[in-house]
Design a protein around this ligand. Structure first.
Ligand code: SAH
Length: 285
């Protein structure tokens, strides 16, 4: 046996590119959890920590809990909003112990690790964690394309924040270790364009909403769940930058046509979301 070629415990580490994966903590109240998160990240070979509006940072309690991961705290980026934290990311995954009224595409720890591992070389990834007391709110979760729920006992489903970070990052490192045995999926094959970033998606949703209001499909006074459903739809598809440009071009052309129709005083036609929903419920009964 050639002992020199024996794999070492950390052979998987070069398979993960830590510059592409950020752990984002939203509005953390206990600095000890920030330190423990930094330590968990360093244990698993990650480096990029983003803190959204932390209540108490920098802090001696965070430094004490970080132990040998103080460098991660020193390099942490502090921002005001989650939008800012994830602006340049093409894959955004939110974590929550709670299921929501409007279900979102769900992952568990393993499927999350698989997705992040496969995509992180071509898309910046954000793993988003919520407040200790109330988690992530619906708007924050809807900025994410997927939700991860760590399966846990229904009697005590919510993990400590840094324990949740530990589980998710451990699964990611485990996925890298098991790369040798991984099945190759068709989506691993070459793709000609990068995925749109969160920032590009946000500008698209603003444009889409504006046009849907202009064509009277969407009533901002009675929004229902239209924009949430649109976010979920595009989050599932994860369009690339070229597709995004095409859609933005179509929206701009629609705006141009509305303007010229208005100039010619042509009345609007077509159904609103409200009429469509009524029609669908009548068809079902
Ligand atoms: N009471 C809060 C729990 C917050 S725990 C709530 O109901 O959401 C703090 C954070 O840890 C959560 O926002 C989430 O990011 C993560 N977390 C805790 N338990 C989790 C679980 N079972 N699955 C996924 N994330 C979890």
């Amino acid at each position: 046996m050639n002992i020199e070629n024996k794999p070492t415990a950390a052979d998987w580490m070069p398979l993960l590119d830590p510059s592409q994966i950020a752990v984002v903590l939203v509005n953390t109240s206990h600095p000890g959890n920030i330190g423990a998160t930094a330590r968990a990240m360093k244990n698993m070979g990650l480096t990029q920590l983003i803190l959204v509006d932390p209540e108490d940072f920098p802090s001696g309690a965070a430094t004490a809990r970080a132990v040998s991961a103080v460098d991660i705290l020193e390099n942490a980026r502090v921002v005001g909003t989650l939008e800012e934290a994830v602006a340049d990311c093409g894959l955004i995954i939110g974590t929550s112990a709670r299921s929501r009224k409007l279900p979102w595409p769900m992952l568990d720890g393993e499927s999350c690790a698989d997705k992040v591992f496969r995509e992180h070389k071509t898309n910046k990834v954000a793993l988003v964690f919520g407040r200790e007391d109330s988690g992530l709110n619906n708007e924050e979760l809807q900025l994410c394309q997927y939700h991860v729920q760590i399966p846990s006992s229904p009697e005590c489903s919510s993990l400590n924040l840094s324990a949740a970070v530990m589980v998710i990052t451990y699964e990611l490192a485990k996925r890298a270790r098991h790369q040798e045995n991984a099945v190759k999926l068709p989506e691993d094959d070459f793709w000609d364009q990068e995925r749109a970033t969160a920032d590009e998606n946000e500008r698209f949703f603003e444009h889409l909403e504006k046009v849907m209001i202009a064509i009277r499909f969407h009533d901002p006074e009675n929004p229902r769940q239209l924009m949430q459903r649109m976010r979920r739809l595009f989050g599932r598809i994860r369009i690339d930058v070229m597709e995004m440009n095409i859609l933005r071009g179509i929206l701009s052309n629609i705006e141009w046509h509305i303007k010229t129709r208005e100039e010619r005083k042509v009345p609007p036609r077509g159904a609103t979301i409200e009429q469509l929903e009524e029609q669908m419920s009548q068809e079902r009964t």
